[in-house]
Design a protein around this ligand. Structure first.
Ligand code: FEO
Ligand code: CA
Ligand code: CA
Length: 632
């Protein structure tokens, strides 16, 4: 595979190429396990047919039923699409709010459609590849914090050879196009706009100063030559999904941080560091960003601890543009997808988090101290217990605490090498946990398990085998599913939970077995690879996809990536929006009056939204009802 091909690989495929996983060898056991699960699966597959069919063990019981009502889809579902634009239901409309390159400040350059802009001012514009986002109300103003996950190097650096940076300026431009945008937005008679020059506008990039707090702060593993204290990092990397705390801060989640690092020379690493590099996929060649050739901070030969300073959840105060973002190490280090918060009945803060890699785990943090409105919240996410999910086949599950006793590691090591700690307690390997969403109307949470072609085929990067198991019931899973759990006593801080599968994506037009999907998959709502997810004020589940949009073979009839709405009670799922071909639909938040939704369109394949001859530009769009009615 040549370099150009290499740069086209997904983060997961790249990791696997660089760090080959052992083939699964317990084949008989895998098959036995799958067969013994058939009875269970029938129950799950019958999900959409009504509560009676579910039988004992079903989660479709009283709490969700409370929210039951008819006509919960106030729109007519739309067909799959394969074109290069966005579609929404009749009676709804959409507009672009912000595109890569749009100025956030009047001193920023206008977008240059030929070059994608130079490094100058690249930290004063809306960044690339929009992802998780949340809206905040600050002194009567509406402010959106939104992630810029990664870059499309061939598009962002059209003058560079195959999109490979050829100078320190190229690298700096890429570093500036990623991170987070905080921007004030306002609606007038002509629609929504970004408030250019708002004092609340801010760009946070791969170069912005960050504080490090929690159990790993100041540990030797986090110290570098530039920061001998191990408490002050630069930049937040690969900001994927997001979250919002009850006290109004933004949580941005560092996912595929490993790809930014490389080495200019061979170097001998301490055993613990080398083991971590293997588990997290830190490779001497990097993933094609080539930062390490131009910025020594990313050269692991010079700075072997720098990768330990990424892979965290970062807390940002959108109300204070001068505040320093804080990397919260108590929430663990892995390929963080998003951070979904809940409050336990006693006020403790619960954060659910997925680690998006094949066969990795689902985590939960519970704060030591309760959240008390009006009091100091600056250390709430620094003290608490990180746990990892173990799913049992009887549809129960447990949060297993990652303690020094259970793992043989100290608190700092557990934070820095959470994956290794989780392997040691026998956590359940999952089909790539993407977003978690917590229902505001029922004590339940959902996690998108996007797909996992290695299920039952290969171990994860830590050597944990990945046989089919309860919430991951299909070998070589190419469609994905959504697992849902309900904590014991309705308490998100409880140790136990019950779970079921809300949906298994599939294709009943192509398959007659479990790959047909669960009963709430119909020819009218086909999709694959659920990824982004938010739950609205009525408890409806908004599902965004990042999958195969070839519309062929196993994926025939699914069309482009899309956003669907699921009823948590009946299981019905209806398609609400389709994205342009080549794009991923990711990131969703609501205006304060809930009459507008903001949706992210990441890496469109064609020149969306500007049309022929333009560069494709990742965009946040706004969707409204024509009658300005409520929308979730
Ligand atoms: Fe950035 Fe797992 O999606
Ligand atoms: Ca995602
Ligand atoms: Ca994804």
């Amino acid at each position: 595979m040549n370099d150009a091909d290499l740069t086209q690989l997904s983060a997961d495929d790249w990791d696997e190429l660089k760090f080959p996983r052992p083939e699964e060898n317990g084949f008989d056991r895998v098959v036995d396990n799958a067969l013994s699960r058939r009875g269970f699966l029938r129950g799950v597959v019958a999900f959409g047919s009504g509560a009676a069919v579910m039988g004992a063990g079903s989660l479709l019981s009283s709490t969700s039923a409370r929210a039951a009502q008819s006509a919960r889809f106030p729109f007519t579902a739309i067909p799959a699409a394969t074109d290069n634009t966005v579609h929404v239901p009749e009676g709804y409309n959409w507009k672009v709010l912000a595109r890569w390159g749009d100025p956030l400040f009047s001193d920023a350059p206008d977008f240059d459609a030929a070059t994608g802009g130079t490094v100058d001012g690249s930290d004063r514009i809306f960044g690339e590849n929009t992802d998780g986002m949340e809206l905040f109300e600050v002194d009567g103003r509406q402010v959106i914090a939104v992630n810029h996950e990664y870059v499309n190097r061939k598009i962002n650096l059209p003058a560079a050879q195959a999109g490979t940076p050829g100078s320190a300026d190229d690298v700096r431009k890429l570093q500036n196009l990623q991170g987070v945008t905080v921007m004030e937005v306002v609606e007038d008679d002509t629609g929504w706009h970004v408030v250019v020059d708002s004092p609340l506008n801010r760009r946070i990039t791969h170069l912005s100063p960050m504080a490090i707090s929690g159990p790993a702060a100041g540990h030797d593993l986090l110290k570098t030559e530039a920061d001998p204290t191990g408490t002050a990092a630069l930049g937040t990397l690969n900001n994927c999904g997001a979250g919002k705390t009850p006290w109004g801060t933004y949580l941005t989640c560092e996912e595929n941080f490993n790809g930014y690092f490389g080495a200019t020379a061979e170097t001998e690493l301490p055993e613990e560091v080398a083991a971590g590099y293997g588990r997290y996929g830190i490779d001497p060649e990097g993933w094609g960003y080539d930062y390490h050739k131009w910025d020594a901070r990313f050269d692991t030969a010079a700075n072997p601890n720098e990768p330990h300073r990424a892979g965290w959840v970062v807390e940002i105060d959108p109300a204070d543009p001068a505040s320093v973002p804080v990397k919260r190490t108590a929430l663990g280090r892995f390929k963080h997808e998003n951070a979904a918060t809940a409050l336990a009945p006693d006020g403790r803060v619960v954060v659910y988090m997925g680690d998006d890699e094949r066969g990795e785990f689902l985590y939960r943090f519970v704060s030591r101290d309760p959240y008390v409105p009006g009091t100091d919240t600056s250390a709430l996410l620094d003290h608490g217990q990180l746990s990892v999910a173990k799913f049992n086949d009887d549809m129960t599950g447990d949060w297993v605490a990652l303690t020094p006793d259970a793992t043989g590691m100290d608190d700092a090591q557990i934070a820095v090498f959470s994956r290794i700690a989780a392997s040691r307690v026998g956590a359940t390997t999952m089909d790539r946990p993407e977003w978690v969403a917590v229902s505001p109307v029922a004590a339940e949470a959902y996690c998108c398990l996007t797909n996992n072609k290695n299920r039952g085929v290969k171990s994860n990067s830590g050597g944990d085998e990945t046989p089919v198991n309860g919430p991951n019931p299909r070998e070589a899973n190419r469609y994905g599913q959504i697992v849902r759990w309900r904590p014991v006593d309705g308490n998100h801080a409880a140790d136990g939970f019950e779970w079921d599968l809300y949906v298994m994506a599939g294709n009943p037009d192509v398959h007659a077995d479990a790959y047909a999907g669960s009963a709430n998959i119909t020819p009218g709502n086909l999709f694959n690879s659920p990824d982004g997810m938010q739950i609205d004020s009525a408890g409806m589940v908004w599902i965004q996809t990042d999958g195969d949009d070839s519309n062929e073979g196993d994926f025939a009839g699914m069309g482009n990536n899309q956003m669907l709405v699921g009823d948590p009670v009946t299981g019905e799922i209806a398609r609400f929006l389709t994205g342009p071909n080549g794009s991923e639909v990711t990131g969703l938040t609501w205006s304060a009056d809930r009459r507008s939704i903001f949706v992210g369109i990441q890496h469109p394949g064609a020149p969306f939204p500007d049309g022929d001859g333009a560069l494709p530009r990742s965009s946040v769009i706004v969707v409204k009802r024509d009658d300005n009615g409520l929308i979730g």
